[in-house]
Ligand binder design. Structure first.
Ligand SMILES: Cc1cc2nc3c(=O)[nH]c(=O)nc-3n(C[C@H](O)[C@H](O)[C@H](O)COP(=O)(O)OP(=O)(O)OC[C@H]3O[C@@H](n4cnc5c(N)ncnc54)[C@H](O)[C@@H]3O)c2cc1C
Length: 461
């Protein structure tokens, strides 16, 4: 993909970022660095940020196939949340109760860390820490709301972290149809993701970090990144390519790219906004199985996304997969079902992008110190803030800092590789179907779906 116009069309966020989206210089000859990073999304850029902040003389260089913030980091739903893809019980099984709690506390702290850095660095990403409201709109969803809060309590997370709301309390935050109650957590900010990603790229350049754009890494080897324009040699090389990882030699089965798709409405009138609510800009969803996510933007639109697009055979990732008219239509229908006041509101932007899912649904960060090779990812669509924790952790691992971060249970966690095709295609798409069917069945009967519960056990989440 080339041309600033093409980059602008990537998403509503790219369309409205105050930046020309002109690619920086590509790598055109062999070069050296201390740390070389593949991918200028938030994983790569946060790693560079914390490395260069702690060690001002360090030479960090990133190679990005397109432009900084091209991938999921620039086009996501803008939930800077404390969500982590593996549940507390799963982390407890992996690493023990205290480690599980430490991981979740670290995620909560990460939301504030991102808020602190954007304020310090003057990155205006429309930060609004309004929390998240999960609406319960059926008896089955209400039951899941209660279960979620009960589980949090078992691990010592109290009212200040997560609380059950009555329908009346939930309605004060947002007013969807069929409201029976909800769950609220304060640990989330709504942001404009492309402003964050592009703003961070600007901060990095000012710190002396090199970002080679339109520079595709063809191969990662210990001590070097091979590109068509030259070889970038470095003591440490870091893979930060998330949903695009299967395109790299040797990494085809590390994560599967699953597409998440999004729509944005035109700015809403004052009257419609009054009916929708969300005045404090909490991010929102409901407790259905197939993930949906929304936010009210700083300019009074609703940005609303969800899964449901198919997984493509062979873990293929192509620009054409970002746009699936049937999924956009389904998202619009769901949005109107939630907020009937949006019936006549135009959809101005539609887009999508790949998220990376590890085989055991658990994100991980690792540095093989002997080989000098590291990576982070597998965030399953919860990467906007998690990338910051990954970046801080990779920086500590690289510099050898003894920190609490490097003892968190996701550090050094190895997810199994995904199955070979066609099993991978069959399994992932069957899972996506099951969630859709389960939601339809629940909407019809109001009862919890056993199939979806079984699938949740399969993913271990
Ligand atoms: C539509 C959508 C909605 C989402 N919503 C949310 C949300 O609301 N909250 C949340 O927490 N998470 C969300 N996510 C997930 C989140 O955006 C990601 O987990 C996170 O941004 C991943 O960051 P990253 O830097 O690891 O990967 P990316 O941002 O995808 O960056 C990877 C970069 O690597 C580059 N690259 C790939 N291969 C190569 C190569 N060979 N050579 C050079 N460069 C290469 C790519 O061009 C890309 O820029 C969403 C994701 C999507 C797609």
């Amino acid at each position: 993909m080339t041309g600033t116009e093409a980059y602008r069309r990537l998403s509503f966020w790219h369309d409205t970022v105050p930046d020309q989206l002109v690619p920086g210089a590509a790598l055109q000859q062999d070069a050296d660095a201390d740390v070389a990073i593949v991918g200028a999304g938030l994983t790569g850029m946060w790693t560079a940020y914390y490395l260069s902040r702690a060690n001002p003389g360090i030479r960090v260089a990133l190679c990005e196939r397109e432009i900084a913030g091209f991938g999921a980091s620039g086009r996501n739903g803008g939930w800077c949340s404390a969500l982590f893809p593996a549940s507390l019980p799963k982390l407890e099984r992996m690493a023990g109760r205290e480690a599980a709690i430490a991981m979740y506390r670290a995620m909560q702290h990460t939301v504030d860390e991102v808020g602190k850095v954007v304020a310090e660095e003057g990155i205006d990403c429309h930060w609004a820490k309004g929390g998240t409201i999960q609406f319960a709109r059926s008896p089955a969803q209400l039951r899941r709301a209660r279960d979620e809060v009960a589980q949090a309590r078992l691990y010592g997370f109290g009212e200040a972290d997560l609380r059950l709301l009555t329908a009346g309390q939930a309605r004060e935050l947002g007013a969807p149809s069929g409201l029976l109650g909800g769950v609220f957590t304060p640990h989330c900010a709504a942001i404009h993701p492309a402003r964050l990603a592009r703003g961070l790229a600007g901060v990095l350049r000012a710190q002396g970090v090199r970002i080679y754009e339109q520079t595709e890494v063809q191969r990662i080897e210990p001590g070097r990144l091979i590109t068509a324009g030259g070889t970038l040699r470095a003591e440490y090389v870091i893979r930060a390519t998330e949903g695009y990882t299967p395109g790299l030699p040797g990494s085809r089965r590390a994560v599967v790219p699953v597409y998440s798709l999004v729509v944005a409405t035109a700015p809403l009138s004052g009257q419609v906004l009054d009916q929708v609510g969300l005045a404090t800009r909490p991010t929102f969803n409901d407790l259905r199985h197939l993930i949906i996510y929304g936010q009210r933007t700083a300019d009074g639109r609703i940005v609303f996304g969800g899964r449901g697009a198919p997984y493509h055979f062979g873990s293929a990732v192509r620009p054409a997969f970002d746009r699936v008219p049937a999924v956009f239509a389904a998202l619009r229908d769901t949005l109107i079902e939630l907020f009937p006041a949006l019936e006549d509101v135009a959809i101005t932007h539609t887009w999508g992008g790949p998220i990376g899912i590890a085989r055991d649904w658990c994100a991980s960060v690792e540095l093989d110190r002997a080989a000098g090779v590291g990576w982070a990812g597998g965030y399953v669509g919860d990467g906007l803030s998690t990338t910051n924790l990954a970046g801080r952790t990779l920086a500590d691992l690289i510099t050898g800092a003894d920190s609490e971060l490097t003892r968190l249970p996701w550090v050094g966690h190895r997810s199994p590789r995904w199955e070979r095709e066609p099993l991978r295609w069959l399994g992932v798409n069957a899972g996506l179907r099951v969630m859709t069917w389960a939601d339809r069945a629940e909407a019809r009967t109001g009862r919890q779906s056993r199939t979806a519960a079984a699938f949740s056990r399969f993913t271990g989440s």
